[in-house]
Design a protein around this ligand. Structure first.
Ligand SMILES: [Zn+2]
Ligand SMILES: [Zn+2]
Ligand SMILES: [Zn+2]
Ligand SMILES: [Zn+2]
Length: 319
C-alpha cells in the first residue's frame, strides 16, 4: 500500500532558504561598518552591501553562521560546505586546514536585520544570529497549501490559499458554522486509493478545512474526519467543533479543537486527533447492503469562551 501517494507533502523545503541577499542589503543596519572599511564608504556604495556579501558563503550562497571557516589565503566558507570540499579551498584549491574566521563572526554579531517576512507584515528586526530562528517560527511566515490529495508546494497567506483551494483544487466552499456532509464511496474495500476529501467552511470571519480520509490503522482500514483552522495555533484555540456520524440508532460523536494548518494533515491524522470510524462501524452506518460506503457526517463549529490555560498541549492520542 502506498499511502504516500495520497499525501500532501507540504514540506517546508525552500521556505526557510535564505532570501536573496538584496533584502539584506536594503535593510541591513551595520554598526561600525565604516570603521571596518577603514574609511567612509565610496559614494553610491552602501557599506552594508559588501558586508552582506561577505557573510554569504561563496559556495552555497547561504548566510554563514559560526563556525565560519577560511583557508590560509582568507577565502571564507560555511561550515556545511566545509564538510563537503575534502579539505580543499573551493576558491584557490589550496589545503583548507581548520581555521575559524573570527573577525567575520564578530561582524555578523553586530548586524541587525529585518525578518524576511517583513513584506508580509512582520515588524521584527533581529540580531543576525537569532533572525533565522525567528523566521522559522514567525507568525507572518506563509502557510503551506492545506490540500491533502496530492503534492502541492504552494505557500501563501490565508486569503491567497483560500482562492488557490477554490480555483486550483476545486475544493467545495461553504458558508456557515453547521454542516451536513455525505461521503460516498462505491468500493469501501479500497482504502489505498485516495479516499479523502477536503471541504472549506467560512464562518466567524475565518476559514476551516474539514478533512475526511481513509487510512490503514495497524491492519484495519479506518475513516477519519477532522477540522483544521486556517491560521495560527493560538487563534485555532478560540474555536471548537463537533462531528457526528451515525445511523440505525447508533451515533459516534467527536468534539475537539481544530488544529492549525501549520500542522500537516498527516501529523493530525497520525495523532488521531479527530473522529475515527472503524470500517465495520462505517459499513454499519452505511446501510444494509455493505456494498457502498455512505456516511453522513454532521458538524458544528463554535467560538470557545476565552480560557487562557487551555490548549497548552497538543494531543497525541496514539499510544
Ligand atoms: Zn556554504
Ligand atoms: Zn582559498
Ligand atoms: Zn517575522
Ligand atoms: Zn495547493
Amino acid at each position: 500500500m502506498d499511502l504516500d501517494s495520497v499525501e500532501c507533502v507540504s514540506s517546508c523545503d525552500g521556505m526557510d532558504e535564505d532570501e536573496p541577499s538584496h533584502l539584506h542589503h536594503q535593510f541591513a543596519k551595520l554598526h561600525g561598518a565604516a570603521a571596518l572599511n577603514g574609511a567612509t564608504p565610496a559614494p553610491g556604495i552602501s557599506p552594508t552591501t559588501s558586508i552582506n556579501e561577505l557573510l554569504e558563503c561563496p559556495v552555497c550562497t547561504n548566510s554563514m553562521y559560526p563556525p565560519i571557516h577560511q583557508c590560509h589565503n582568507g577565502h571564507t566558507l560555511c561550515s556545511s560546505c566545509k564538510t563537503k570540499v575534502q579539505n580543499r579551498c573551493p576558491t584557490c584549491r589550496q589545503e583548507l586546514g581548520d581555521i575559524r574566521c573570527l573577525a567575520l563572526e564578530k561582524v555578523a554579531e553586530s548586524l541587525e536585520l529585518p525578518c524576511k517576512h517583513s513584506s508580509l507584515g512582520c515588524p521584527g528586526i533581529f540580531p543576525y544570529f537569532s533572525k533565522h530562528l525567528h523566521e522559522s517560527q514567525c507568525n507572518f511566515r506563509p502557510y503551506n497549501c492545506p490540500y491533502a490529495g496530492s503534492e502541492c508546494s504552494v505557500t501563501g497567506d490565508i486569503p491567497f490559499l483560500v482562492t488557490h483551494l477554490r480555483d486550483d483544487h476545486k475544493v467545495d466552499m461553504h458558508t456557515g458554522c453547521t454542516f451536513n456532509h455525505r461521503y460516498v464511496k462505491s468500493n469501501p474495500r479500497e482504502v489505498e486509493n485516495a479516499t479523502w476529501m477536503l471541504t472549506v467552511f467560512h464562518c466567524f470571519g475565518q476559514y476551516f478545512c474539514l478533512h475526511f480520509e481513509a487510512f490503514q490503522l495497524g491492519m484495519a482500514p479506518v475513516y477519519m474526519a477532522f477540522l483544521r483552522f486556517m491560521g495560527d495555533e493560538t487563534d485555532a484555540r478560540n474555536y471548537c467543533y463537533s462531528l457526528e456520524v451515525g445511523a440505525n440508532g447508533r451515533k459516534l460523536i467527536w468534539e475537539g479543537i481544530p488544529r492549525s494548518i501549520r500542522d500537516g494533515h498527516r501529523k493530525v491524522r497520525e495523532s488521531h486527533d479527530g473522529l475515527i470510524i472503524q470500517r465495520n462501524m462505517a459499513l454499519f452506518f452505511s446501510g444494509s447492503d455493505r456494498k457502498e460506503l455512505k456516511l453522513r457526517v454532521t458538524g458544528r463549529i463554535w467560538k470557545e469562551q476565552q480560557s487562557s490555560e487551555s490548549g497548552v498541549c497538543i494531543p497525541n492520542l496514539c499510544s
